[in-house]
Design a protein around this ligand. Structure first.
Ligand code: ARG
Length: 407
């Protein structure tokens, strides 16, 4: 456009996630989608700028969820998912993208979807067809035959897709190259068994040390980071030794894992709210009985591990596994994180400052700072006193565009 579009946002307070403190009477200027000034009310307002005063509210950077599955619906778990056609999940993704953005999550890392659906969602959002967060897509979850990333709930006579399955270092290299070719910006690997997958043991290692090494080398060579689904101790530790970037779930991580994570600068991304939802709703949603049993084995343990990992100084992220519980309720996990040892500012930094670092996007997202996108939310009160406020942002802005305004 010939004239720059400038918008100036003011509020009573702002959470400065880089400094780890609140600032009074902030004024944030955004021009053509990026932040151009961060100051105080009373500073000069560029001529012709649109102004938005959020009154008594507190401004925060748009939130980031590092572990979602936008194209999943937890109420259609287990065999219930088979009642729908393949492209149905794309429709689910379109609806969930809007819910996630309106919930204040302006960026998500989508760590697993079939058919490159997350790439299509990203393209649709970027071209303005549908509302949604910025998406960092992983496309398929890579894994071994019979592992957490495979379709293990069918008899041998029913052939299942194997676009994401490999069983040797070279075959995994080829898969990394293939998903990168079709739009993956991060690699997701199912390193150990899972809770919701049928027929595997949640703690067992599935990908070999040589295979994860090949994946990490190839992904890093292509400029991508590696997110590893791992509940089991051996799998977590072998993945960390191979140089992976983020450990998802991390349920059975031990002292050795904490040491390795710190030595390698890896992050833990632990979905510690999910246990409540799965135990309450899982059976009704179609979750396999064996998965309910696995959840009972790891749920509490994972929370204890979260507390210990944080206390040991492991870098922590905010990732919910949205899709395993309803997308749009991502912010519920903040209270669980505070309950299990974080301060409110630490929980907020996990979903802003730290998340941007783990995405390698500190120039774009994760803080209200000059140069980054104008991705802002506001809550009605002080989130450092009560993180539950984050569940109901009354204002959401993405790239300087208002997504949700106070009623
Ligand atoms: N996608 C994960 C899995 O199937 C979900 C784990 C949820 N449970 C938990 N306690 N975080 O393994």
């Amino acid at each position: 456009p010939a004239t720059a579009a400038t918008v100036v946002v003011t509020a009573a307070k702002m959470v400065d996630v880089l400094a780890g403190k609140e600032v009074d009477r902030p004024q944030v200027t955004i021009t053509d989608g990026r932040i151009t000034a961060v100051g105080h009310q009373g500073d000069a307002v560029p001529e012709g700028a649109k102004t938005i005063d959020l009154g008594n509210r507190t401004l925060l950077p748009g939130l980031i969820d590092m572990h979602v599955h936008l194209t999943s619906d937890p109420t259609l778990s287990g065999y219930q998912s088979l009642n729908y056609t393949d492209s149905f999940w794309m429709v689910v993704g379109v609806a969930n993208a809007r819910k996630t953005l309106e919930a204040g999550f302006t960026t998500v890392r989508n760590v697993g979807s079939d058919h490159y659906d997350d790439v299509a969602l990203k393209e649709g959002i970027e071209h303005g067809y549908i509302p949604g967060p910025r998406i960092v897509p992983a496309t398929y979850i890579l894994g071994v035959t019979g592992g957490h990333g495979d379709f293990t709930e069918f008899p041998p006579s029913i052939e299942t897709p194997s676009d994401n399955i490999a069983n040797s270092p070279d075959a995994f290299r080829a898969l990394v190259r293939k998903v990168h070719k079709y739009g993956a910006e991060v690699i997701k690997v199912a390193m150990t068994g899972g809770v919701l997958s049928k027929g595997d043991s949640v703690g067992a290692e599935q990908v070999s040390p040589a295979e994860i090494q090949a994946i990490v080398d190839e992904a890093h060579r292509l400029g991508m980071r590696v997110a590893v689904h791992a509940h089991g101790t051996e799998g977590i530790n072998d993945a960390l030794r191979a140089g992976v970037d983020t450990i998802e779930h991390a349920s059975l991580a031990d002292e050795e894992s904490f040491k390795l994570a710190k030595a390698h600068g890896a992050w833990f991304d632990m979905d510690i709210y999910d246990d409540d939802y799965i135990l309450a709703e899982g059976a009704k949603n179609g979750v396999f009985p064996e998965s309910m049993a696995k959840e009972k084995m790891v749920g509490l343990k994972q929370r204890q591990t979260f507390r210990a990992a944080h206390a040991a100084g492991v870098k922590m992220l905010f990732g919910t596994d949205g899709g395993v519980y309803p997308n749009g309720f991502n912010a519920r996990q903040f209270a669980t994180m505070v309950q299990w040892g974080m301060t409110p500012i630490e929980a907020i930094q996990a979903s802003t400052k730290n998340a941007a670092e783990a995405l390698d996007k500190t120039r774009d997202v994760g803080a209200i700072e000059v140069g980054r996108y104008g991705d802002l939310i506001a809550v009605d009160g002080d989130p450092l006193q009560d993180v539950v406020l984050l569940q109901h942002p009354s204002f959401v802005m993405k790239g300087g565009e208002v997504v949700k305004a106070p009623q």
